[in-house]
Ligand binder design. Structure first.
Ligand SMILES: [Zn+2]
Ligand SMILES: [Zn+2]
Length: 179
């Protein structure tokens, strides 16, 4: 069974004290039932960690590792460091005894990462659109309203995103080219 959000929040506080000297500012932690191949996702503005309810219902044992993974991103970001999968990220992973982020890729090279991304989200219908660049301030949901701009359905902008993909099976290194 999945822990509830209060339990997740408690785990976050516990890990923060135990492994990060309490340096990570408060994050909202939520389950997202709409993630397809994502196990987890973090946005830094606002500070939000989302975990796939579908994935962790099936693999509750993987929750700790995914939460810690996201927390390393949050910790680097809080320290003003590059929050991507940098050498500092990997060093912290080793300290926490987490397996390599690239274990799922075999010997293949990691995929090219883009760390600056934006999500436009409609809180009403949960539509999400990913953007590389910062979207204009006033954009509303085209699904909820046909008007060019309808302030009632203004899309919320989530900024700087990193994701953890579901890795059910180890992928063969030879399978396809990884950009
Ligand atoms: Zn909508
Ligand atoms: Zn990551």
């Amino acid at each position: 069974m999945l822990p509830d959000v209060a339990e997740l929040q408690l785990l976050f506080a516990q890990y923060n004290n135990e492994f990060f000297a309490g340096e990570i500012p408060a994050h909202r932690i939520a389950f997202n039932g709409r993630f397809g191949n994502l196990a987890g996702r973090i946005t830094y503005k606002p500070p939000l960690i989302e975990l796939s309810s579908r994935h962790f219902e099936k693999h509750p044992e993987a929750l700790r590792e995914t939460l810690l993974h996201e927390m390393i991103h949050a910790w680097l970001f809080a320290r003003g460091q590059n929050p991507g999968h940098t050498a500092a990220f990997k060093k912290k992973m080793r300290e926490l005894g987490l397996t390599s982020i690239y274990h799922d890729l075999g010997s293949a090279l990691p995929r090219k990462e883009s760390t600056r991304r934006f999500i436009l989200r409609c809180d009403r219908c949960t539509l999400e659109v990913l953007r590389k660049r910062r979207p204009p301030a006033n954009v509303s949901c085209g699904r909820c309203s046909r008007r060019t701009y309808d302030p009632r359905y203004q899309l919320r902008v989530l900024e700087v995103v990193e994701t953890v993909e579901v890795t059910a099976q180890p992928r063969a290194a030879s399978r396809g080219k990884i950009a």
